[in-house]
Design a protein around this ligand. Sequence first.
Ligand code: CAA
Length: 248
Amino acid sequence: MDKNNKLVALVTGSTGGLGTAMCQRLSRDGYTVIGNYSNAEKAKKWLEDQKALGYDFKMYQADVSDYDSVGNMIKQIEAEIGTVDVLVNNAGITRDGQFRKMTKESWDAVLKTNLYSVFNCSRHVINQMIEQSFGRIINISSVNGQRGQFGQANYSAAKAGMHGFTKTLAMEVARKSITVNTISPGYIGTDMVMAIAEDVRNKIVAEIPIGRLGGTEEIAHLVSFLASKQASFITGANYAINGGQHVY
Ligand code: CAA
């Protein structure tokens, strides 16, 4: 909570398509929203763009794949803003390629950024959430962690790992009014998805029964709901939001 008694939400990877939509939605919901960045130039431009749209976000630098870097960021946030009430573990990268050609560097980069980051950020906020008997941790996974995807052994492993983490942490902190949930988006119209070769992407869209890519605001809407007090009986869940591409 900040000095004006507003709940504080921290969204990692906030400058991306999903992160931006989440920050905007949580801000409209009344949270003090903190974005996180690793690239200072991109962050500065993003903050300016958001300001022009009427959003007043705070930004803190940390490499989410680095435990101590996240620790320093959380200490700074607690000193300057307040305690983190809602953590959205959203930062993620892809390094796609068939496994038989996958380098150790690409494996490590994806596991560290997409999965180790979830440990790093959650670990640094969990004791404060326990102390205040309230918290929301929302992990942004992927349909490809649920079903696998040609060319994504690293990404699918990391994204599947996120939900294993969600289930256990949800059990451990349930009695402290902290919920931990996973959202597994399908293919959303972000830069990450638009970076897939057009012919490959067209084939993927053809597999989506709803017949289109998802919108970033559709994921942000679910984040908003899971963060809310009304969602206090939902924990350890994994919400698929993929246009029917993977039903199970
Ligand atoms: N199933 C079976 N075979 C496939 C295939 C598939 N889905 N896709 C490609 N192939 C085959 C091709 O037919 C080709 O076969 P041949 O060698 O026999 O001709 C071969 O794989 C392609 O070989 P390349 O050397 O070109 O493949 P590559 O190792 O460079 O990888 C790829 C290709 C980059 C993985 C490309 O297929 C691709 O971009 N796929 C999409 C991956 C994807 O969906 N990424 C999601 C990114 S967005 C995201 O991750 C957000 C989210 O959460 C959803």
